[in-house]
Structure formats: C-alpha cells, structure tokens
Design a protein around this ligand. Sequence first.
Ligand code: PLP
Length: 269
Amino acid sequence: MNNSVPKYSGRVLTIAGLDPSGGAGLLADIKTISALGGFGCGVATALTVQNTVGVEGVEPVSTALIIEQLNSVLDDIDISAIKLGMLYDENIIIAISSALNAMAKKYLLVLDPVIKSSSGKSLLSDNGVTHLREKLLPLTTLITPNIFEAETLTGMKIKTQAQMQTAAKKLCEMGVENAFITGGHLDGDKAIDVLYGAEVEHVFEEKKLDAANSHGTGCALSSAIATYLSQGDKMLDACTKAKKYVYEAIRTAPNIGAGNGPINHGVKP
Ligand code: PLP
C-alpha cells in the first residue's frame, strides 16, 4: 500500500444545501473540488429531500449552527476560497454576510446565486433575493448566474448576447468584482457565456451539448472555478478550465437515477 501523504492544491470551503442524491449542492461540490486536486470542506445551509426526479422538501439548518460550522472550519483550516451555493432565506444570508464581514481575512468568494431547482422548486425566498443583492454582492469576487438568475438579480430581460453583457456589467455595478453569466438556456444552437470584470471581458461561444443529464451543472461550474482560483489561476483561465471540466463531465455523464441525472464529477479534464 502507498502511504504517501496526498498533496492537495487549494482548500475550498463550500457553503451550500445538501442534495442527498449527490448530484447537486454540497456533496457534488466536494466531488468537483476533489476531482480537480483541491481539499474540500462543507458547511450545510439546508437539508433537501431530493433525487434525480425532483426536490420534495427543504429544511434549513439554524443560523446559529451554520455560523458554528463556519467558524469551526475557518478557525482551524487555512481556506483559500469559499463557494456559496443554496442559501435558502434572508436569515441565512444575513448571518453569513455578517460573519464574513467581521473576519479580518477577506476570502476569495465565488457565489452561485441558487434561486430555484431545474425542476422548479424554490431554493431561495423572495426576501432572500433582496438580501443576496444587498449583503452578498459587495463581498463577491465572482458571481456565476444562469440567465434566469441574472434576470432575477438585475431585473432585466435577457434574450441576446448583448443583453447578457449589459447584465454582467450591471452586476458589477451592484458590487461584485466579476460576473460570469452562463447562457446555456438561451435559444439557438450556440452556448454563449459572458465573463465581465474590472480586468477581464470575454465571450465564450461553443456548440450546445445535447445533455440528457445536467443536474447540478451550476454547482459544478462554480466549485470548479473556486478550486482553480484557489490554485492561483487568473479569472479568465479559471473560467476557461472550469468550463472544459463541466463540458467533459456532462459529455461523459453516467446514467444514474430515473430523472435528470448527475454529471460525471470525477472526470479528469
Ligand atoms: N439542490 C441543491 C442543494 C442545490 O444547491 C442546487 C443547486 O443549484 C440544486 C438542488 C439545483 O440543481 P439543479 O439546477 O440541477 O436542479
């Protein structure tokens, strides 16, 4: 047996909801971080009852317990990036943003603004959206919304690449350093993603993948970017590499479950 000590590059903490089927949320984030060579830690914000067919229930973890989990990890482990996923409601957002604001260390923060599941279940309250805008955007290094999430946060309709670019700029005006809007849900045969920030502006364009299994792709993308950033990559390189990883993970997705199944988190990009 080889007992050599594993070498991890990047220590990434995900703060997210738990999907017990392992396709999205905290468990999936940890799989992605591990696949890319990082060491993953996880703070649970909510427990969901879900599988590949849909979300049947959600129960939040108390804000006190969330902050205890957060402090316990951060007091002990030198975390290099934090990924935020499902946050459930305004109480959790207020607690987490206050805790992060009070810390001396400023973390590299990747925010996946999860609002609802692809099966239509709400994963963030309406008040949560308002507080996410006001309290979390100013702390965020990179936000990774899909079209629906970008529309909800900016209040604008997005149907074209130009509108995606306007929305990304608007998100930066609202306080984030960088915005990466994924356009996989736009009409057309091209998948367009837009990255915009103080030091970067880029449009990614590729052929759309006909994905039979795509549960949790947003979670994987944001976790992959957080891992690459924590390993020292620049924003554009981190997003380019994360897109490639997610593309390969979708392309080689296993057929697990009866519904919209998980992607192949373990794929080596
Ligand atoms: N459940 C949890 C806990 C999540 O964090 C997410 C992430 O977006 C989802 C469900 C939604 O996944 P999907 O968009 O694939 O339905």
